[in-house]
Structure formats: structure tokens, C-alpha cells
Design a protein around this ligand. Structure first.
Ligand code: PRP
Length: 225
């Protein structure tokens, strides 16, 4: 299906850890309307010359906006895509925001723990679907407590024995006396696209994907140099 150059493309951007990388990506593409984005409470930014609209969202909500077409495209961690299994097109690994989803437990428990003997666990996580799938594939019964943040606190106050959470530098685990026991998945930031937008705004969407692909490759090239 054809699209006109005037079609506005709405792009959902994640608040939080991925944001500095995302802003650098768009800056590299010559998009300057996002200056001040990181410090502002505004939820929509516009680049009228390029017919682009940027929405600022919590990372966990981005797949929902893109699946329903409230945003044509979005940037979100693979962790959220694996957890939510939304019906979106995922054309590009943006390669930044690398982290891992792991099982962690207090260092004291770790000293006497044997993961091969696990049959029943009580754990806290923001990723109940991934945790459930991982443990049930190993024949382990998991009692899952779903939380929205500061997961590392749960074992310290007896809410759960273990957590399933993202680790980037390992600093948060370390500062809270927790150690990693097993890795469940790896994650990097991904570009996602609404399936209908891919057809109805084909040219503009493809052009943006290619621009981002070039930026990612140029960045990888610079990192190798
Ligand atoms: C994430 C994650 C860990 C932390 C890991 O939380 O859930 O808590 O980052 O990072 P590190 O290995 O570099 O220390 P985030 O900061 O996004 O906030 P949250 O705890 O509110 O979810």
C-alpha cells in the first residue's frame, strides 16, 4: 500500500535506562527536536518538518501502544518483548541496552544452595511469564510474586527467597548482598513496528528502519575502531 510523505509517524520512546542511547540514535539521524526530552514532563514531542511525533512512555507500555497502532514504531528491550509476546514486527536489533535476565538470591543462601535440588521456589519478579516458562520447563514449581520495581528488596525483607530480574552492571545485586545463580535470557533494545503501519506507511517506515540500521552499523564501526 502506498503512503504519502505527509503521513505522521508516531514513535514510542522508553523512559529510563535506554533513553540516553535512544536520544543519541536520533541525534545521529539529525533529529534535534528531542532536546530537553530527558528532563521534561511533556509526553509528546514533534518534528513537523519530518512529520514525526515522539511519545514518551514507560518501557513496559511500549509494546501495547505499538500493537494497537497508537504508535507506529517503538523502541523497547527484548526482555519486554519476550515477556509480553505482543503481535508486532521486530525488524532491528539496536544493540544498545545490553542486559541479562537472571535468577538471584542472597549470598548467604547461595553458600548452601544447590540449584539442581530445586523443586519449589518462591520468587519475586517483573517478568512472571518468563519466570513461569523457565521454571516449568525445568520441572520446578514456582510461586511467583509480581512486583514493579526494586526487586532486590524482596529477599532482604522475606517477601521471596529469590528474584528474577535484569542485571546490567551487577551493581544493584552487589549493593544488596545478592548473587546471580542462573541466566534465563539476554536482552538488547529492539525497534518494533505496528503491522498495519508497515503496510499503510510502507515507504516512510522502511526509510526510518534503514536510517536506524545505518546508525547502528556506524556506531558498531566506531566502537571497533
Ligand atoms: C533495573 C533492574 C535492576 C537494575 C540492574 O532496575 O531491575 O534493579 O536495573 O542494573 P545493574 O545491574 O546495572 O545494577 P531499574 O533501575 O530499571 O529500576 P527498578 O528497580 O525500579 O525496576
Amino acid at each position: 500500500m502506498e503512503s504519502t510523505n505527509n503521513d505522521v509517524i508516531a514513535i514510542a520512546l522508553p523512559k529510563g535506562r535506554l533513553l540516553p542511547h535512544v536520544l543519541a540514535l536520533f541525534k545521529g539521524m539529525g533529529i534535534t527536536c528531542l532536546q530537553g526530552f530527558a528532563d521534561s514532563r511533556r509526553l509528546i514531542y514533534e518534528d513537523p518538518y519530518r512529520c514525526l511525533q515522539f511519545l514518551t512512555l514507560k518501557p513496559a507500555d511500549i509494546p501495547t501502544y505499538v500493537e494497537h497502532g497508537a504508535a507506529d514504531m517503538g523502541i523497547v528491550g527484548k526482555d519486554q518483548l519476550l515477556e509480553q509476546r505482543r503481535d508486532v514486527y521486530e525488524p532491528l536489533d539496536l544493540r544498545f541496552g545490553a542486559c541479562r535476565l537472571v535468577v538471584a538470591e542472597p549470598a548467604e543462601l547461595h553458600k548452601k544452595d544447590d540449584p539442581y535440588s530445586w523443586s519449589h521456589l518462591r520468587l519475586a519478579t517483573k517478568y512472571p511469564n518468563l519466570a513461569e516458562a523457565y521454571f516449568s520447563s525445568k520441572g520446578i514449581q514456582a510461586e511467583i510474586i509480581t512486583l514493579n520495581g526494586s526487586l532486590e528488596l524482596a529477599p532482604l525483607v522475606g517477601l521471596a527467597e529469590r528474584i528474577v530480574d535484569l542485571v546490567e552492571t551487577g551493581q544493584t545485586l552487589k549493593e544488596n548482598g545478592l548473587v546471580e545463580v542462573e541466566e534465563i535470557a539476554k536482552s538488547t533494545a529492539r525497534l518494533i513496528v505496528n503491522r498495519a503501519s508497515l503496510k499503510t506507511k510502507y515507504r516512510r517506515v522502511q526509510a526510518l528502519i534503514e536510517q536506524m540500521r545505518k546508525q547502528v552499523e556506524a556506531q558498531a564501526e566506531r566502537a571497533r575502531a
